[in-house]
Design a protein around this ligand. Sequence first.
Ligand code: A2P
Length: 240
Amino acid sequence: MRAGYRHIDTASYYRNEAGVGAAVRSCGLARNDIWITSKLPLGADDADDVRRAIDATVDALGTHVDLYLIHWPMPRRGRYPRTWQALQAAQADGRLAEIGVSNFHRAQLDRILADGSPPPTVNQIEAHPHFADNTLRHYCAERTIAVAAWSPLGAGSVLHDPAIQAMARELDRTRAQIVLRWHPQRGDIVLPKASSPHRIHQNAAMFDFTLDPRQVARIDHLDRGEAARPSRRCLTSGGQ
Ligand code: A2P
C-alpha cells in the first residue's frame, strides 16, 4: 500500500483474505480509496453456498468486497450458470457491489448471457505478451466486460524475451515496467505479483511514462498463443 497500489486481488482459495483485511485496516487509507476483489471458493455453486461464501469473505476481510468473482467455471460440473444467478441475487440484495467471473471462455460467457442476464463487470483471465488472448478480449469488449490480466508477466517468462529486453534498454525502464505498462495501454486491468518490496515498488512505477503506438505494436507482435500456466487453464477446458 505504501508503494501506491490501491487494488488488491484476493480469493478464498488463496487463504489470505484475513491478511488482506488486516493490511487494509492498518494502512491508514480510507476504505473508499481501496478496491478489493475476491473470489468464490471452488465448488461453491448454489445460492446457499454463495451466501455462506460471501459471509466468510466479509468476515475474513473485516470489510465489504468491491468485486466478487466466480473463480473458475468448472465446466465439467456445469453449474456456473446457476452460480451466476446466485451472484446476481446477492447483488440485488445489496450484499455485493460488483460481480464478475474469472477464467471464463467465450462459450461459458455465451451461456451465462443467454437468458438476458447483464454481463459480468470483469472477466479475469491469464493475459501477457506471449498469450494475448485477443479473440476473447474482443468478445469481452463488445459486451462491455472489462478484462483483468492475471500472470501479466507470463509468470516471469516474458521478461526473458529479447524484444522486451531491448525495449527496456531503449526506454531506460525495467523489463517488468515495459510489460506492465503495455496492459493498461491496450485497455486491460493489470494484476502484477512480486514478493520483494524492491520489485513491488519498481512495478508500481509505471504511470510516469507511455509506450508510443509503435512500441505497443512491437509488444503486440510477440503473441504466440502460449499460456504460462497451462496446468491451471486445463481446469477450465473440457466442457461448456
Ligand atoms: P517474485 O515473486 O520472486 O518477486 P506473474 O505476475 O506474471 O505471474 O509473474 C510473477 C513472477 O514474476 C514472480 O515469479 C515474480 O517474482 C516475478 N517478478 C515480478 N516482478 C518482477 C520484476 N520487477 N523483475 C523480475 N521478476 C519479477
